[in-house]
Design a protein around this ligand. Structure first.
Ligand SMILES: [Zn+2]
Ligand SMILES: [Zn+2]
Ligand SMILES: [Zn+2]
Length: 258
């Protein structure tokens, strides 16, 4: 937090140094999928050695999830093609408005513009051979997208899971779920709400994300139920290696962590 001297902001534990939420997924069939493109994308891509982005999935259009999108120009140059960007209708509208110059035919071209193809999704879709299931969740009053790939689900910026989405979350190996802080918040799960939802979902392992400086990593993990912990920058998670097909990075430094 800018200009904060609390214990967590002064912590020397690297797991208390948090950039904006985003994950990078390498599927078992070789696709590289970025989920959200926040303002720290450039730093994250350099730190964790991202080399390829085949698709971007946007959970929603808030600044902390989209404002790094212009940085994907480098992947356009390396891959020599436009990058498909998936999201719900409201999110794709947000992206086309925020990055209006990308989609305005009057903008001079050259190397200065990202090449993006926006695609509205409501139902399961594929990136290469990987099926991706949109899981609608509520972020305050707005419905946004959670995602499921095989036995992995990512639900960031969540304050309520609607009835019809619980059935999309059965049989998970790994769940990543929003848990902002202890105190209630209008648009995010508090830690106790997140634990309750994680219990009901019953994934083998749950990692909490979008964590604020109210929660120190080590002290919070020490009092979480078995099978639940806070995620941290650089965490690498291998999902269902025997059963299913995805490796999720959050956003991962190759080989850095269990
Ligand atoms: Zn602080
Ligand atoms: Zn948000
Ligand atoms: Zn957010």
């Amino acid at each position: 937090m800018i200009a904060c001297d609390c214990q967590v902001c002064r912590s020397t534990d690297p797991r208390d140094k948090r950039l904006r939420p985003s994950i990078f997924i390498e599927t078992g069939t070789g696709e590289s999928v970025l989920v959200d493109a926040g303002p720290d994308l450039r730093t994250q891509a350099l730190t964790y050695g991202l080399r390829q982005v085949d698709a971007i999935i946007f959970t929603h259009g808030h600044a902390d999830h989209v404002l790094g999108l212009d940085e994907v120009r480098r992947f356009n140059a390396l891959q020599r093609r436009a990058i498909p960007c998936y999201g719900d209708a409201a999110t794709i509208d947000d992206i086309r408005r925020i990055f209006w110059y990308v989609f305005d035919a009057a903008t001079p071209g050259g190397g200065g513009l990202p090449q993006l193809e926006t695609i509205v999704v409501k139902t399961p879709f594929r990136v290469g051979q990987q099926e991706i299931v949109p899981v609608p969740i509520f972020h305050g009053t707005r419905s946004i997208l959670g995602l499921r790939l095989g036995a992995f689900a990512y639900l960031t910026d969540c304050s309520r899971i609607p009835e019809e989405s619980w059935r999309l979350l059965q049989g998970l190996d790994v769940l990543v779920l929003d848990a902002l802080r202890e105190r209630p918040h209008p648009t995010h799960f508090s830690l106790s709400e997140a634990i309750e939802a994680a219990d009901r979902i019953g994934a083998r392992r749950t990692y909490f994300t979008h964590v604020s400086h109210d929660l120190g990593h080590a002290a919070t993990c020490a009092r979480l139920p078995d099978g639940m912990e806070l995620a941290y920058d650089g965490l690498v998670i291998h999902v269902g290696l025997d059963a299913l097909d995805s490796t999720a990075h959050a956003p991962g430094r190759p080989g850095a962590a269990p």
